[in-house]
Write a protein that binds this ligand. Structure first.
Ligand code: F6R
Length: 374
């Protein structure tokens, strides 16, 4: 049932092109760029008049929520709060019945996420679920569900469910933008066209970087610590890269916003520290290029202190190679879609390091697939 793969995790990493395609199909028109979210008790009017979106989730799903904030705020100009579901209830959240609660959960059974949903409902919010399991607890209490069609995920470390969540969030952001009138038809069509190219770009990455990640694992599997850096929407992917590595390889890893390094963590850098920097850009987007340039100066701060940088960069960026020890190239995409591509090499890097360290990648110690206690 591992379909020839050594582990479920590797199989599921390789299933991502299909998971992304299946999450998209039937929800977007590739002819008009329109998004259809059917079977919802949340109406377009609710989406139009919403005061904000409140996201609550745990772990990897929380990371997709952080990336979703950038998508929704940028496309639909609607404020988004992202909370750890385990924290939400305990801060006596301010009631706003016009806020729409968004629960992101692979299993739909996470106790903290269910508790946050009940808190949202008690304050009068409608709740929407992004969930990978049809009929799961969170979907039963929600007024609407976007099912991620990733298929069952067996590996404890979430991979294809995460990229399917990012896909669902992108589609939701587009839908909100369309009903709220913050996007033109031409922009919608362009973004939907770009979304349709993502599965084959993920296929390209799976083909082109697997061996490179295997080789990098040989070099770095004995490290005691890792840092992952990113800026803007790439920061949640840095967090996700760090989480994948720590949960399956047991190497201590931290994700950090690139610009925060000089406010403390630069003190950690020495010649033994691998630093994975997400340094991608959309060359057609000036704000993305600006972030990239700032990230390059953060990279130089790391190399000046002898840190060992592994950069994730877009194809055609040859310049960055001269600044860092290793570069992993991924195809170009609009900035809001880049996270789906960026996380794939980070999953493979964590996987190959964990295998080389002899860890049980599908069943890491102390972890359960579904966390049904608070
Ligand atoms: C990490 C991982 C966990 C889950 C978290 C929430 O790889 O899988 O961090 O993301 O336990 O689970 P769900 O999404 O089922 O609510």
């Amino acid at each position: 049932e591992k379909a020839g793969y050594k582990h479920f995790m590797l199989k599921e990493i390789n299933e991502q092109p299909r998971a992304i395609r299946d999450t998209t199909l039937g929800r977007v028109s590739f002819d008009t760029g329109k998004v259809f979210l059917n079977e919802m008790q949340i109406t377009d009017e609710d989406f139009r008049t919403a005061s904000q979106i409140t996201i609550a989730a745990c772990g990897t799903s929380w990371h997709s929520g952080l990336a979703g904030k950038f998508m929704i705020e940028r496309l639909a100009r609607l404020p988004v709060d992202v909370d750890y579901a385990s924290e939400y209830r305990y801060r006596d959240p301010i009631a706003d019945p016009h806020a729409i609660g968004l629960l992101i959960t692979q299993s739909g059974e996470t106790a903290d996420t269910i508790a946050a949903q009940r808190e949202l409902i008690s304050k009068g919010s409608k709740t929407l679920a992004i969930c990978n399991v049809v009929g799961a607890a969170v979907t039963r209490e929600a007024q609407g569900t976007i099912t991620t069609n990733a298929g069952p995920e067996i590996g404890v470390a979430s991979t294809k469910a995460f990229t399917a969540q990012l896909t669902a969030l992108f589609i939701l952001a587009l839908h909100l933008a369309q009903v709220r009138g913050t996007i033109t038809d031409a922009e919608s069509l362009h973004l939907v066209d770009e979304l349709s190219k993502i599965p084959s770009k993920v296929e390209d990455i799976l083909r082109s970087v697997d061996d490179q990640c295997f080789q990098l694992a040989k070099v770095f599997h004995t490290a005691n610590d890792f840092l992952f850096l990113g800026r803007g929407i790439h920061y949640p992917i840095a967090l996700e890269g760090a989480l994948k590595l720590k949960e399956i390889s047991y190497i201590h890893a931290e994700g950090y916003p690139a610009g925060e390094m000089k406010h403390g963590p630069n003190a950690l850098i020495d010649e033994t520290l691998p630093v994975v920097c997400i340094a991608t850009k959309d060359p057609d987007d000036p704000s993305s290029v600006l972030k990239y340039e700032k990230t390059l100066s953060n990279i130089q701060e790391v190399t000046a202190r002898s840190g060992r940088v592994i950069a994730i960069a877009i194809e055609g960026d040859e310049e960055i190679k001269h600044l860092v020890e290793h570069t992993i190239h991924i195809p170009q995409a609009p900035e809001l879609l880049l996270p789906i591509l960026e996380v794939v090499p980070l999953q493979l890097l964590a996987y190959h390091i964990a295998v080389r360290r002899g860890c049980d990648v599908d069943q890491p110690r102390n972890l359960a697939k579904s966390v049904t206690v608070e």
